[in-house]
Structures are given as structure tokens and as C-alpha cells.
Design a protein around this ligand. Structure first.
Ligand SMILES: C[S@@+](CC[C@H](N)C(=O)[O-])C[C@H]1O[C@@H](n2cnc3c(N)ncnc32)[C@H](O)[C@@H]1O
Length: 216
């Protein structure tokens, strides 16, 4: 059942305040992006996002936090001679300001907005998101909204699941988000089928990520 507009507003406010407070209490760039680190774990678990990028183009990171993923993705794709123009959006103005100082030459490419309802001023070749950015019952509407409003024709929506294969995916996500254990199965349930994905695996903590790739 849908939430009332007041319930929805307070759900997003809780996400905003909780994540912004947590991320800003740290100084390491990966922690300011919500990952406990250290750097080599960050690389193992986030480089698969860059590996989904197959050609030059624009890349919007939804929930860009301090911009560290965008900075790293540019570096990781450059290693394959692929040039990415970074764009970011986040609900948190304070985190967007950090992202702008991390990538000052692209400061105009950052936006403060709730991605669920924000129509970007341009369309992108690649857009990364997570389903947990909206309450469980809005995931289908959210993915549809992004496919219709954020991507160029032939663009790719990268749907990251950072709780892939966890026995208890509800641990570590905020109340009201859907605890997704298998991103491909969840997307199928929502009506979006794909067999394309990239995986990352961190043996130290036995953590896996899967980035599902949907064609617009
Ligand atoms: C885990 S961090 C992601 C950092 C980085 N993009 C990555 O993938 O590692 C999640 C970020 O998403 C932002 N966020 C969550 N829901 C959002 C929404 N509906 N619209 C915009 N930003 C959102 C939060 O403020 C937070 O900075």
C-alpha cells in the first residue's frame, strides 16, 4: 500500500538525516560515501560499477555522496582508455558540496535533489542507483521513472545491490527499504528482466556486490 505524502516525506527525511550525519562524522573518502573501508575493500566492491561502463559518455551517480565513486570511476575507466563525464545528485547539500570540492572542474554537474521525482536537465549514457533509495513499495515506480527520464536511448541503468547474497540483507539498510538478497530476482519481481551484471567479491569479510545492468 502506498504511503501518504506526509509519510513519504518523513521517510526521505529520515534517510537524508541518518546518512548525512553518519557520512560527515568521518574523514576517509570511502566512509564519507558510506563504506567502512579500507581502500582496497572499497576498490574490490566499487570497481565493478566502473566495469559496467563500456564506452565514452556521461555518467550520473545517483546518491553520489562526497563524489568519491565518481572520482574513482573516472580513474578506473581511464585505465581502459574510456573517458567518462561525471554527474552526481544527492539529497544532502553538505555531501554535494564535498563532491563539488572533490571534482571542482565539474562543480556545475552536481545537483541537490531527491532522485525520485527529479527530472534531470539532460539524459545520460550511464546512470547508477540502488533500490534502497525509495521505500520498498515504490521500487517499480522508481526504476520506471529513471528509465523514462534519466537515460538516453540505448543508455544503461546500473542497479547496484550492496547486500547481495547476505543471509540477512535487512541488517544495514534503513527501515522501509526492501532487503534485497538477489538483485536479478528482485528486478524480475518488479517486472524488469536482465541477465547482464557485474560482480565484486571481498573475501576478507565475505561480502559481495552485484550491479545489474538494464538497457533503456
Ligand atoms: C551508500 S551512499 C552511495 C555512495 C556512492 N554512490 C556509492 O555507490 O558507493 C548513498 C547516498 O545516497 C543518497 N540518497 C539516498 N536516497 C536518495 C534519494 N532518494 N535521492 C538522492 N540521494 C539519495 C544518500 O544521501 C547517500 O549520500
Amino acid at each position: 500500500m502506498d504511503m501518504t505524502s506526509e509519510e513519504l516525506k518523513s521517510w526521505f527525511e529520515n534517510v537524508h538525516i541518518t546518512l548525512e550525519t553518519a557520512y560527515l562524522s568521518h574523514t576517509e573518502p570511502w566512509r564519507q560515501s558510506g563504506m567502512s573501508g579500507p581502500q582496497d575493500r572499497w576498490t574490490t566492491l566499487r570497481k565493478p560499477v566502473a566495469d559496467c561502463i563500456e564506452h565514452d559518455g556521461s555518467f550520473l551517480d545517483i546518491g553520489c555522496a562526497n563524489g568519491y565513486l565518481l572520482e574513482c570511476c573516472r580513474r578506473w575507466t581511464e585505465e581502459r582508455s574510456i573517458h567518462v563525464t561525471p554527474y552526481g545528485v544527492d539529497m544532502s547539500q553538505a555531501l554535494v558540496e564535498l563532491a563539488q570540492s572533490r571534482l571542482p572542474q565539474y562543480r556545475e554537474n552536481f545537483f541537490v535533489a531527491n532522485a525520485f521525482g527529479w527530472v534531470p536537465p539532460l539524459r545520460f549514457d550511464y546512470v547508477r542507483t540502488e533500490l534502497v533509495y525509495v521505500p520498498a513499495e515504490y521500487e517499480r515506480a522508481y526504476v520506471t521513472f529513471l528509465l523514462e527520464n534519466a537515460l538516453k536511448k540505448g543508455g544503461r541503468l546500473l542497479v547496484a545491490n550492496y547486500t547481495e547474497d547476505l543471509p540477512n540483507p535487512e541488517v544495514g539498510i534503513l527501515p522501509g527499504s526492501h532487503p534485497t538478497r538477489r538483485i536479478l530476482e528482485r528486478l524480475t519481481e518488479l517486472g524488469f528482466d536482465t541477465n547482464e551484471y557485474m560482480d565484486g567479491y571481498d573475501a576478507i569479510r565475505d561480502r559481495k556486490v552485484r550491479i545489474a545492468i538494464l538497457a533503456a
